[in-house]
Design a protein around this ligand. Sequence first.
Ligand code: HEC
Length: 174
Amino acid sequence: MSKLFALLLVTGLTATVLLGWNANAGTTPKRSDLPKKEMTKVDRGRYLIEVAGCNDCHTDGFAQTGGQVPESEWLQGSVVGFKGPWGTSYPINLRLLINSLSEKEWISFAKTAKGLPPMPWWSLHNMTNDDLGAVYAYVKFLGPKGVQAHVALPPGEDPVGPFFDFDVHMASAK
Ligand code: HEC
């Protein structure tokens, strides 16, 4: 009798778990919406990359399409240069850089790097070691992909490929 009861209980619980799971199937929260303590290191890294806007420059087409680039293509750098008084800079391929470093090397690099504009290097300097470690874990999770970005061009040298014009222009008076 008690065996039957136990069996019924287990069946009932299993059904509840399955039904509950099914009911939630369409509304599973994005991993980055999870409370901080439930996030894995990789989730936290993805979240930081998303809210810090790294894809806007380090993923081709991301800013122009409102983020419509599959995650597997993120952070490979960009062939579109940023041309300004500093010359022309190209967002580097973070998938290749980060996957070539140890976590410790990445953290000390990120804490001291001062790239050309418009790289907001101060954002990296201000990240905690834990946050930089999470970014590292996330880019390791994505794995190496793509090719190295162009080397920056000095002022006065015209880029051959596409570029954003970051020089300030005055609107001509009518
Ligand atoms: C507004 C565009 C832009 C954004 C946003 C941006 N980067 Fe960059 N980043 C660049 C450019 C351009 C370079 C190349 C700079 C150079 O040639 O010196 C660069 C270079 C870097 C480098 C190499 C070190 C350095 O400072 O040059 C790292 C690491 C990096 N970015 C990481 C990130 C991360 C992580 C984020 C998000 C927190 C981010 N970037 C956001 C444009 C951007």
